[in-house]
Write a protein that binds this ligand. Structure first.
Ligand code: UD1
Length: 437
């Protein structure tokens, strides 16, 4: 059996890491021949947006890199499709696994759903690969978000849909997806977080930002070589707020972006604000002339005591960012994945959007949906500062085993296809050999 796993943009990398590990586990047992072909579309390509994640997470070098780069949505999606089709025909995998909701996800899904392998009994006799979507069913119901379009269309095409939370399953059933194709398995992004948390707490990012004194480091035992058996965030770290912003809906409109920046500057009167800036957002700050609100920290320059200023740093690698998030007093973000990661860490999250496709982070987590009204943002941050602790509540199945569940279900499905014994319950493909089985 051959599985092709697609990664394209930063939020994909932590999701594929756990699936790669689960496939490697199966390979080690030797019970199943399961080949992995990892494809990077090159949607994100910078050292800081891509390569550092592969290193931090120990993801193997992709077998194929489509090197598509940046472009408009149409250009980027089309270019990925154009470059992916020959790879698919050449490799002829039994399954294509896509994750998340980025342009790479929909582009590769469209190709995999429409491709027809020429007959070749010496390899496999299927007509097309099984299309598998990991993180299926999430819905913001906001059609202005490119990701919502990508999610809905990918789910419509997918044969097998792996879901992170109950709402995903409900949404898919309401859209008419047959129940047999839907599997609630937990969250691969949380798998990766739990797997790397201890290691991340050893990051030197707090020291580099001047947020952790030598004394605090030594007292924690982390940097002195005496690792605590269950590493926990270091209590001596002074409070700070961590910000991420990159959604077109927030940063591509000068008025909205200015309102958010003004609110963050107000929050920075009460607590230092640290802002690792996404390349898209850097572009907008320059374009709109908002530079005066930001202080760009160079090299190992520490966070200063200056109030009312946003401390900017370059995008961080996975371990550094996880460490910074784990120690933050609060996180303000418009990211989807960070809503989930803060829930898994028990860190308060203020989401600067009017909707979320991840409602479990509100009902069973630490997330608060605040929107982009500057007054509401400042109020939410002040309320969060007054609260003492946030109880850690973990959504069902966010236990670090989602990758294993996905791979075990996938293997069963592919085995049924190969043996021609696919029953209705594991018959996800309407066409190809599985349909006849
Ligand atoms: C993409 C995803 C978004 C995800 C985000 C995480 C889509 C539709 N959007 O948005 O869901 O939350 O990634 O980052 O797929 N750039 C670089 N270096 C890079 C990559 C991009 O400088 O390695 C710059 C380019 O100028 C590019 C811009 O960032 O035009 C935006 O990148 P793009 O991949 O188009 O979308 P993101 O905003 O990153």
């Amino acid at each position: 059996m051959k599985v092709m796993l697609i990664a394209g943009a930063r939020p994909n990398f932590m999701k594929v890491a756990s699936i790669v590990e689960a496939i490697q586990d199966v390979q080690r047992t030797g019970k199943e021949t399961l080949d992995l072909v990892l494809v990077h579309t090159g949607q994100h390509y910078d050292e800081k947006m891509s390569k550092t994640f592969f290193r931090d997470l120990g993801i193997p070098e992709p077998a194929i890199n489509l090197e598509v780069g940046s472009g408009s949505h149409a250009v980027q999606t089309a270019e990925i499709m154009r470059r992916f089709e020959p790879v698919l025909l050449q490799e002829r995998p039994d399954a294509v696994v896509v994750v998340g909701d980025v342009n790479s996800t929909i582009a590769c899904s469209l190709v995999a759903a429409k491709v027809r392998y020429p007959p070749d009994e010496s390899r496999n006799s299927i007509e097309r690969p099984l299309l598998v979507h990991v993180e299926a069913g999430l819905r913001s119901n906001d059609w202005t978000m490119p990701e919502e379009i990508n999610r809905v269309l990918t789910d419509r095409l997918a044969d097998l849909l792996f879901v992170t939370e109950e709402s995903g399953s409900k949404n898919l059933l309401a859209e008419g997806v047959p129940k047999r194709r839907i599997h609630i398995v937990g969250n691969t992004m949380v798998d990766t977080l739990l797997r790397h948390r201890s290691h991340a707490l050893e990051s030197t990012i707090l020291q580099r930002l001047g947020l952790q004194s030598r004394v605090a480091v030594d007292a924690s035992g982390v940097s002195s070589g005496h690792k605590p058996s269950l590493p926990t965030p270091i209590p001596q770290v002074p409070p700070y707020a961590l910000v991420t912003l990159h959604r077109p809906g927030n940063v591509d409109h000068p008025e909205t972006f200015k309102g958010i920046v003004n609110a963050l500057v107000e929050v920075a009167q009460d607590i230092p604000v640290i802002f690792p800036v996404h390349p898209r957002t850097v572009g907008r700050i320059t374009e709109y002339g908002f530079g005066a609100y930001f202080r760009v920290l160079q090299g190992s320059e520490p966070v200063s005591n200056q109030k009312g200023i946003l401390h900017c740093i370059e995008p961080l690698g996975y371990l550094d960012f996880l460490c910074l998030m784990a120690h933050a007093r609060m996180v303000l973000t418009d990211s989807g994945g960070i809503q989930e990661e803060t829930t898994a860490l028990g860190v308060p999250c203020i989401t600067l959007r009017n909707n979320t496709e991840r409602p479990v982070t509100i009902t069973s987590g630490t997330n608060r949906l605040i929107g982009t009204n500057p007054i509401a943002i400042v109020e939410a941050a002040r309320t969060s500062l007054k609260e003492k602790t946030t109880a850690l509540r973990t959504p069902p199945l966010w236990d670090g085993k989602a990758g294993q569940r996905i791979v075990s279900t996938l293997v069963k499905c592919l085995r049924a296809v190969n043996e021609g014994t696919s029953s209705e319950a594991s018959k996800p493909m309407p066409i190809s050999k599985v349909a006849a089985a």
